[in-house]
Design a binder for this molecule. Structure first.
Ligand code: GLN
Ligand code: ZN
Length: 755
């Protein structure tokens, strides 16, 4: 019999129950006892759904109050010593302090979990990190599941990935050297789980999908030889990419089974067809929201079943953590867009899909004939849908002139024409786009959405806000102004709502970190722009001032990166469609007299593929899509782009290849060190390195900004240097914003006088 399992489940609940409870707990409005009770209830619901859908095990240990890597830090005793906490007796309160910081200590740093939008807490390793096993997190969940009569399969991230994801702190050393000390602690945790009688333990080593150094790869065999001495079976789970390059040694690794992500890297299967142990085939996409083609999956799985027999398991490709929870609650979507609704599957539906596959594999297709037929009908409707496939969009993309993504003249010609009308002083000052999103703004938007205020009232409220933002900037004497983006709830959602081909859910939340969730738009069809999206706002803002107003758009790569993307055409094509749609907006802005236009691309860097070998291709189509977004603009129109904190060292040629006239970047926290790459690679165009950190309300001193600006002036010609904050100001309050910008402008004027 083919077995069924999932690699992990979302934790926050169908309607973000955990988030709201946690936040109330943090505000002392909810007791610890109640929070524990809710957590238990949510776990139970997750397990029940797995059990009801023929899962042979329920996955435990994946539930967490904040982050599974933080849990592992606690379980291995590797919490940062700077907090002074005892990992063996950590209270829930202390656990949250690790994640959120306290009066004395800043929080453990977060970073992105592989190429997802989930953030884990980065382990801080020092030369003398002492590990100590505390398996209670896993053991308790095992017992809880068993008490419900279920068969638990605990999951934890393996020792090599755990070490790999951490950072060295303090005196220089190599965290790999900690492996010998860490291993006995893992053994102890696994032994504790085995003592609970668990048959299988899932150990995740997603780092195998990265380019790991040989030393790390060589460690797998001895490490797993030791771990497999435990009295439970080990399923080694890989995901987010192919591990075919390691097939030879993976096949002889002393574990009892191997999980492959066959959605992300179906081709890797060929390398494992002669595997002699349990093969867990990850065939249901844990990273996207589309219904699977069950017939195709069965055709793919049937020969595997013939080969592996009992040893074949089916599973989600990775943890379902990255999917929204339940499609069934999207009643509005179902009503407004029933077709799209019928093409989607969220976490609960994906488990149901696995159940259908299992039944078909074990009992024959006839057992689920009706379901398969319905599945096929839905997929066929999707393939032929007129809402998705718009001939004009495809034709336009196919028939772009060869140099559509090239400016008419080279930068030196353009910048001369731009400077001629812009008439800006040296070191022009500007901001990144947003100004404080006050409570007032958010209330107005909420009320408008609820129908409590009219469209006209909402528009007026936003216009008032824009006027305020313009006046403040004039008072501050900034050179290139922005309208402040009050009308935007979110830099991607705003455009998604105005572009064709996008849809939105009501509860399609995905955990980003801790209690924070994001609700990505769904790009389901060919993308086009039916009407101008930003022109009247920018035009209105421009009408209020004689100074130059900068238009503000979100770029194609960022829109793509922060959405759920259709899987029936290449991502590159979707991205270029968005680029082309944005170019319509750019030209309309230009026509309306907005001739400085910023196209934000904070997500270009984070979208880089996990393996370096795949970078070039990605950079090629993303830069093309970006360049398409300004296709056709005149030489004297100035295109800006903005990127957040980014290590550009390895991709600077591609960044230069975007050929934006001005790029603003986040540099203040790196003491301008990030500029080095620009200098080293002779970045040719204008640059605005951020001169203060916008994440904090703290007002920088003039000396600090002067120091940064002088550093920048040392390496960037004064004619090409702009002055701006690190990023948008929407999360700041007004009072600090004004003070911060005042210091920035004052220092700039002082330095200007010297030039
Ligand atoms: N224009 C956006 C803003 O100022 C840019 C945000 C970002 O870079 N993430 O808010
Ligand atoms: Zn930014």
């Amino acid at each position: 019999m083919t077995k069924l399992h999932v690699l992990g489940f979302p934790r926050v609940g169908a309607k973000r129950e955990l988030k709201f409870a946690q936040e109330r707990y943090w505000r002392n409005e909810f007791s610890e006892q109640d929070l524990l009770k809710l957590a238990k209830f949510l776990r139970e619901k997750n397990w029940q759904h797995q059990a009801e859908n023929q899962a042979d095990f329920v996955t435990v240990g994946d539930f967490t109050f904040y982050d599974h890597i933080l849990d592992l830090q606690v379980a291995t005793g590797a919490i940062p010593a700077r907090f002074g906490f005892d990992s063996q007796n950590l209270t829930l309160n202390q656990y949250f302090q690790l994640a959120r910081g306290n009066q004395q200590q800043f929080a453990i740093e977060m970073t992105k979990w592989f190429d997802t939008n989930y953030h884990y807490l980065v382990p801080e390793f020092t030369q003398d990190t002492k590990f100590k096993a505390n398996p209670s997190h896993y053991v308790n969940q095992v017992r809880e599941a068993k008490a419900l009569g279920l068969t638990p399969k605990p999951v934890l991230v393996g020792p090599l990935t755990f070490l790999w994801l951490g950072k060295e702190k303090g005196a220089a050393f190599d965290r790999f050297s900690l492996l010998d000390r860490l291993l006995p602690v893992y053994q102890e945790i696994l032994t504790a789980l085995a003592a609970e009688g668990v048959e299988w333990i899932q150990i995740d080593e997603p780092a195998l999908a990265l380019d790991l150094p040989q030393q790390w790869l060589d460690a797998f065999a001895p490490v797993y030889a030791q771990l497999s001495q435990v009295n439970s079976k080990i399923l080694l789970a890989t995901y987010f990419g192919s591990v075919a390059a390691h097939a030879d040694w993976l096949k002889t690794l002393s574990v009892d089974g191997l999980h492959l992500d066959l959605v992300r890297a179906p081709e890797q299967l060929a390398a494992f067809e002669d595997y002699q142990k349990v093969l867990s085939a990850g065939v249901i996409d844990g990273r996207n929201i589309w219904r699977a083609d069950l017939n195709a999956q069965l055709a793919y799985l049937a020969p595997l079943k013939a080969k592996f027999g009992e040893r074949l398991w089916i599973a989600s490709s990775c943890s379902l953590l990255h999917c929204p929870f339940d499609l069934a609650v999207e009643t509005q979507l179902k009503e407004q867009n029933p077709d799209l609704y019928s093409w989607l599957a969220f976490t609960l539906q994906k488990v149901e899909e696995l159940a259908v596959l299992k039944q078909a594999l074990n009992q024959g297709k006839e057992a689920v004939e009706n379901i398969l037929a319905e599945n096929q009908a839905a997929l066929q409707a999707r393939a032929n849908s007129q809402v998705i496939h718009k001939a004009e969009v495809a034709e336009r993309l196919a028939n772009l002139p060869a140099d559509a993504d090239k400016r008419k003249s080279p930068f030196n010609v353009r910048i001369a024409k731009q400077n001629a009308w812009l008439n800006l002083p040296l070191l022009p000052t500007t901001t990144i786009g947003s100004f404080p999103q006050t409570l007032q703004i958010r209330h107005a938007r909420a009320n408008f959405r609820k129908g409590e205020i009219s469209f006209a009232d909402y528009e007026n409220a936003m216009k008032k806000e824009i006027e305020l933002v313009v006046r403040k900037q004039e008072e501050l004497d900034l050179d290139v102004l922005v309208h402040g983006e009050p009308e935007r709830n979110d830099m991607v959602e705003y455009f998604g709502e105005l572009l064709d081909g996008f849809a939105f859910t009501k509860f399609g939340w995905v955990q980003s970190y801790g209690s924070r969730c994001v609700k990505p738009p769904i790009i389901f069809g060919d993308v086009s722009r039916p009407q101008p999206m930003t022109v009247r706002w920018s035009q209105y803002a421009q009408s209020l001032t004689k100074r130059v107003m900068k238009g503000m758009l979100t770029g194609p790569v960022t829109i793509l990166q922060w959405s759920f993307v259709r899987n029936d055409i290449p991502r590159a094509t979707v991205c270029k469609q968005i680029g082309v749609a944005l170019s319509d907006e750019v030209l309309d802005l230009e026509k309306a007299g907005i001739k400085v236009i910023q196209i934000d691309e904070p997500a270009i860097r984070e979208g880089l593929p996990l393996k370096r070998a795949d970078w070039d291709e990605y950079l090629q189509w993303t830069s093309e899509a970006f360049r398409l977004s300004y296709m056709g603009v005149a030489d004297d129109t100035q295109i800006h782009t903005h990127m957040c904190y980014s290590e550009f060292n390895d991709i600077l040629p591609a960044i230069a290849g975007l050929d934006a006239d001005v790029i603003t970047i986040e540099t203040s926290r790196s003491d301008m060190d990030l500029l080095d790459a620009f200098v080293k690679f002779n970045y040719p165009n204008d640059i605005g390195p951020g001169v203060y950190d916008i994440h904090s309300p703290r007002v920088p001193t003039a000396a600090e900004i002067e120091h940064l600006l002088r550093k920048a002036l040392n390496v960037i010609p004064k004619e090409r240097l702009w002055v701006n904050p690190d990023c948008g100001l929407k999360t700041r309050g007004w009072s600090e914003t004004v003070e911060q910008l005042k210091v920035m402008v004052d220092v700039t004027k002082k330095l200007r006088a010297e030039l």
